[in-house]
Design a protein around this ligand. Structure first.
Ligand code: SAM
Length: 326
């Protein structure tokens, strides 16, 4: 099956599937007051997820990322990983997690078929970590990452949201961390969402400023793989690890878009900041709806816009990333 292509010639081999909106962290830029259940419909069941992933794989999706909320809060996560990994056509099964349950579960996830792991770690300073996430779990997260590095994943990456005045002075500490570790850290520029306007104004920092520091320190920009994320990835002869920069406010960022998203309740989102969702759930109830599901996804792709409206302050219907999976 050919990969899905939109009206702007962009290809979509990559689906980000949210498994839950619930999160046990209270990240200051995302869910500062913690997750509160809204009494809405339940999150997708294993059977619904299987049908959904089968349809996307039939449309040429090769990489599925499980996200949330915090996906590791799902008790059936190993079964979900196994089902996604067994879907014909799926080659990569990745997860984005806050990492606090890694020591307990990461080996089981790997065994179930997980091929890539992204762990959110905004700082290398335990006190800052607790202040940003609302949880004193730095030790568990970093120990879990060490454990994961020995499990043979295709890739282990860290995500740090760049925050002015909170973690923007840590390049030396990260460089030390990367010296001997085969791991990539992605610095993600803080994005404005419906809920974080004031915080964004206080802490947003253009990623280009960090990128200039990297170039001055001898880091060199590499090539991007077709199903890779949007990071510009740098390497350096003196360091085993790599540094990626995700700069959503940069020119032409959306021209490289290669992913679609599905929320934990089965809405297709054509963009992280889309103004609307497309309900897929009614077509996830029976195998006999598979052709209709595939057709709905393919048709709706025609509505994908050329770019997000972040520069105009338009954040669409996304109040925070826990509602869509980042
Ligand atoms: N709970 C998981 C985790 O912590 O990785 C997965 C979901 S989380 C919403 C996915 C990623 O989005 C995390 O790396 C988080 O730091 C990032 N994120 C959340 N809000 C953001 C924002 N406003 N701007 C940039 N990144 C954000």
């Amino acid at each position: 099956m050919e990969t899905l292509v939109d009206g702007f010639g962009r290809r979509f081999p990559y689906l980000r599937l949210s498994l839950t909106e619930a999160c046990n962290y209270r990240c200051t830029y995302c869910l500062p007051d913690g997750y509160r259940a809204d009494g809405g419909p339940k999150f997708l069941s294993l059977g619904e997820i299987q049908r959904l992933v089968r349809a996307f794989a039939a449309l040429g999706m090769r990489k599925i990322r499980l996200t949330g909320g915090e996906p590791s809060l799902r008790k059936d996560l190993p079964s979900i990983i196994a089902a996604v990994s067994a879907t014909p056509g799926v080659e990569k099964v990745a997860i984005t997690t806050n990492g606090c349950l890694l020591p307990r579960h990461v080996a089981v996830w790997r065994e179930a078929g997980l091929t890539a792991l992204n762990v959110s770690l905004d700082t290398l300073d335990p006190a800052r970590f607790a202040a940003i996430t609302g949880h004193d779990r730095f030790t568990e997260v970093t120990a879990g990452v060490e454990q994961a590095l020995g499990l043979g994943f295709d890739s282990v990456k860290l995500n740090a949201v760049l925050l002015r005045g909170l973690n923007d002075d840590e390049l030396p500490a990260w460089s030390d961390y990367l010296r001997e570790r085969d791991i990539a850290i992605r610095f993600i520029e803080l994005m404005r969402t419906g809920d974080n306007k004031d915080y964004f104004e206080r802490h947003h920092l253009r990623a280009e400023s960090l990128e200039r520091q990297l170039q001055e320190a001898g880091w060199v920009l590499g090539q991007r793989a077709p199903d890779a994320g949007p990071a510009r990835e740098y390497s350096h002869p003196d360091y085993r690890g790599r540094i990626g920069i995700i700069a959503p406010y940069s020119k032409d960022f959306c021209a490289g878009c290669n992913r679609l998203r599905v929320t934990a309740r089965g809405d297709l989102r054509l963009c992280l900041f889309a103004d609307f969702g497309i309900a897929l759930r009614p077509l996830l109830q029976a195998d006999s709806d598979q052709d209709a599901l595939v057709a709905r996804i393919a048709t709706q792709l025609g509505l994908k816009a050329a770019g997000h409206g972040l520069h105009q302050g338009k954040t669409g219907i996304t109040p925070h990333f826990a509602s869509i999976g980042g």
